[in-house]
Design a protein around this ligand. Structure first.
Ligand code: ACO
Length: 331
């Protein structure tokens, strides 16, 4: 089976740390409510550094910690829901900043599942010999799209970037990915540009139903419904990936879930019959940083020496779309 190997990891965190108590000064909330309902304590917020720059700095951290020449990167995949430009891709901007001229570049938008989608794409590219090294960068400035008057969502999100370099390996790999666009209205942020040009003909507008409402310029989230979706999708994706790999959930040494809410992680662990010690959690420090959560965890695990080569790892994400994705591979 053609598997993958993570050969380098990196991250970037903005220096501005915002605590639960800081939120109680702008909305009606408390450290107690946020800690108990989410597990979060702090999050880092951008002071203006753009998504592409955060991603580039995380990429540079990964390349320097792995001793990898940027010219040896064949493919750059950037995952983000908060890209600075609709075009060019954030991947091209990262490429220019880090000097990876030999890479082909593209962005992946699968919201909080983005990193695992990109990892799965990387593995598929790595099955062909012309791509030997993939740089995945997940960079999010959720503060750009967060409504800081909505206490139910603003306390959840942070800004960060994580990166890793992936190569092919002769080892176990399995994944389970899924999407359900009929649940798009649970979590969305509308593009501010609308069709408006000098040749508008209102009589030519076809009848259609707006699939996404209510109108808001910020990220809209139906927290309770997302929660219900997440607690089912997370264990289901892990279970399906285990089945495809022919292993048992107990065979996984460490599960790295999307860091949305400690209660989601605990419920998923109970459903899977896995002790919490096998679930990697760092959301108390960074909040939910969308697709950046999982590569940030990978960087902590890698630099902290928390896994030995050959151990079995699962990564699992879920998010807007709705989307979910799990991948199992050897460390
Ligand atoms: N402080 C104090 N009270 C609050 C806050 C807050 N920050 N937020 C909500 N409340 C109140 C609500 O108004 C409500 O009050 P009411 O009973 O008077 O109406 C009460 O707390 C309970 O609200 P719930 O929505 O039932 O609270 P819940 O326990 O479900 O927690 C939460 C809300 C944290 C949003 C939870 O639903 C959740 O984590 N959902 C999943 C969110 C998620 O995963 N999002 C991201 C996925 S994709 C991505 O990462 C972009």
């Amino acid at each position: 089976m053609k598997g993958i190997k993570i050969v380098a990891t990196g991250k970037y965190l903005p220096r501005n740390i915002v605590s639960n108590n800081d939120f109680s000064e702008i909305v009606e909330t408390s450290d107690e409510w946020i800690s108990q309902r989410t597990g979060m304590k702090n999050r880092h917020l951008s002071s203006g550094e753009p998504t592409w720059l955060m991603g580039s700095l995380a990429a540079q951290d990964a390349l320097s910690s792995g001793g990898i020449d940027p010219l040896d990167i064949d493919l750059i995949l950037v995952t983000s829901v908060t890209s600075d430009y609709m075009t060019p891709s954030a991947a091209c901007l990262v490429q220019a900043h880090i000097g990876a001229q030999n890479a082909i570049c593209m962005d992946v938008n699968a919201a909080c599942s983005g990193f695992v989608y990109a990892l799965d794409m990387a593995r598929r590219y790595l099955c062909f010999d012309d791509i030997r090294r993939v740089l995945i960068v997940s960079s999010e400035t959720l503060s750009k799209i967060t409504d800081y008057t909505d206490r139910a969502s603003c306390v959840l999100f942070g800004d960060a970037a994580g990166a890793c370099v992936v190569e092919a390996a002769d080892s176990l790999y399995s994944s389970d990915l899924g999407s359900d666009g009929t649940k798009a209205q649970l979590l969305y942020c509308k593009n501010p540009f609308q069709v408006k040009h000098p040749f508008m003909k209102p009589e030519l507008v076809p009848e259609y139903d707006e699939i996404i409402s209510p109108e808001t310029e910020f990220l809209y989230m139906d927290g309770r419904e997302v929660y219900k979706f997440a607690v089912k999708a997370l264990p289901k994706a892990i279970g399906a990936a285990c089945e495809k790999a022919g292993i048992r959930v107990e065979d996984i040494d460490l599960i790295i879930p999307h860091q949305a809410n400690i209660r989601i992680v605990e419920t998923a662990a109970r459903t899977l019959g896995v002790p919490m010690g096998k679930m990697y959690v760092n959301l108390e420090k960074y909040g939910n940083t969308s697709s950046a959560c999982i590569p940030m965890c990978l960087d902590e695990i890698s630099k902290g020496g928390l896994l030995k080569r050959g151990q079995t790892v699962a990564v699992v994400g879920f998010g807007a779309g709705v989307t979910y994705a799990a991948a199992i591979f050897k460390w």
